[in-house]
Design a binder for this molecule. Structure first.
Ligand code: FE2
Length: 446
């Protein structure tokens, strides 16, 4: 693909790619699905038990005896690395009286023993011990294994699906693995996860990372150092994608900004990728005349990676600075370029007005690097400060959820620029099998 020297924007991309071809009229989505308990129940019955969900990373369950409990609403799944090295997942329930077997995450598990009456399973899910077994009459051990859950991995992401007859994960992910294969995601290691408890529905959270339309307003600093116009979007089925080039000003601003101002905005919003602090000045003497600022940033980022033993000599400015953002239905997004990987999920809370945003943070390591066990923090929305941009995203959620509940707002009105949000609803409607009267309308292609 040829690129213009100045912006890196592929030649031939004209017009507003983020908008694409506008429909005849907007898409209208019933607002009720963001707060109705009945709708949340429908999701819990028909959608959550049927879809592939990101549960944890290989770094959480790398060694035999490592375990991780994944919770989604009322569902609880145990992920266990067996003595044979295999990864397995089970519904987290004792087959005697239904107690939860395990919680949290850890290591050194030898067996799964219920803390209530002591029924005990091995790590492959076979029932091994029942205290006072005689009292049950004839109790066949083989008839009471742990209830298996479908589990598979893509790169170092561990997915589960409560539906043991579900389509393979590789089919569910559609074109995504192939599309990002160039990036070598397997060399990233997860070093931390952060769960933020928010006063918002899981869809309210997920919508925020499914469109770039809000950047011009909610993220003025980001708008000064990324191209939100030449940002093509692709919809596959369960999955979709947006591409955004960083290190250039939004075309809506570019005539008004100097290179130094673009640099400052980049440093402020994501300087950590270059290993520089918030107040790092524009490196005047080191930039040759006419050199795109994106090249300067890419070079600095490569040098920072080299300082921790990571060779990014293979990556050009385009691969360093263009962010590839994927959405996987229902609740995951993955953002990557040659030296960056962040994964986020949105999960239902105890009621439809509450949810959880989980961020998985990664660092590219030299190939074959061992894992370090990721640290986990859980915070409220007020305590969370995961950088300027994400903090802005989180701060808007409670007011958004409150607004969605106002009786005068019957529908959300969506643009083609928000087509990844629309695609989420399209998938949701498919899983929930909604009657015609409850479906979204509009959005017809011209
Ligand atoms: Fe945002």
């Amino acid at each position: 693909m040829t690129h213009t020297a100045r912006t890196g924007v592929p030649v031939g991309m004209r017009g507003h790619d983020a908008i694409g071809i506008p429909p005849r009229r907007p898409t209208r989505v019933p607002a009720e699905r963001y707060y109705s308990p009945a709708f949340a129940r429908l999701e819990a019955e028909r959608m959550w038990p049927k879809v592939w969900q990101l549960a944890c990373t290989v770094d959480h369950v790398a060694e035999p005896g490592d375990y991780f409990e994944y919770r989604c609403g009322t569902y609880s799944v145990l992920i266990v690395r067996g003595d044979d090295g295999s990864l397995r997942a089970f519904q987290n329930v004792c087959r005697h009286r239904g107690n939860s077997l395990c919680s949290g995450a850890g290591e050194g598990l030898r067996e799964l023993k219920c803390g209530y009456h002591g029924w005990t399973w091995d790590l492959a899910g076979a029932l091994r011990r029942v205290p006072h077994r005689k009292g049950f009459g004839t109790l066949a051990m083989a008839d009471h294994p742990l209830v298996a859950v479908n589990i598979d991995t893509w790169e170092r992401l561990v997915f589960v699906n409560l539906d043991v007859d579900a389509m393979p994960l590789a089919d569910y992910l559609e074109a995504v693995p192939q599309d990002i294969a160039w990036c070598g995601l397997g060399d990233f290691r997860c070093y931390a996860t952060m769960t933020v408890e928010v006063d918002a529905n899981w869809k309210t959270i997920a919508d925020g990372y499914s469109e770039t339309y809000h950047i011009q307003t909610l993220h003025p600093e980001l708008h000064r150092c990324m191209d939100d116009v030449h940002a093509p979007q692709t919809i596959w089925g369960h999955t979709s994608k947006s591409e955004q080039l960083y290190g250039v000003a939004s075309p809506e601003l570019k005539d008004d900004l100097t290179d130094a101002e673009v640099w400052d905005a980049y440093v402020r919003t994501q300087g950590a990728l270059m290993g520089v602090a918030e107040d790092a000045p524009y490196p005047v003497g080191q930039v040759t005349d006419g050199q795109p600022i994106a090249d300067v940033i890419a070079q600095r980022t490569k040098e920072f990676a080299a300082s921790r033993g990571v060779d990014l000599g293979w990556a050009d400015t385009e691969q360093m600075m263009r962010l590839h953002q994927y959405n996987v239905f229902p609740n995951m997004t993955l953002l990557a370029n040659a030296d960056h990987l962040t994964v986020m999920t949105a999960l239902p809370g105890p009621d439809p007005d509450h949810g959880e945003l989980t961020m998985l943070l990664w660092t590219r390591m030299p190939p074959g690097a061992p894992r370090t066990r990721p640290v986990h923090v859980r915070v409220t929305a007020d305590e969370a400060h995961p950088g300027l941009v994400l903090t802005q995203d989180i701060a808007v959620l409670a007011g958004l959820q409150r607004g969605l509940r106002q009786p005068g707002l019957t529908h959300l009105t969506l643009s083609n620029e928000e087509r990844r949000v629309i695609n989420m609803h399209r998938n949701l409607e498919r899983y929930l099998d909604l009657p015609e009267s409850q479906r979204m309308t509009g959005g017809e292609t011209p």
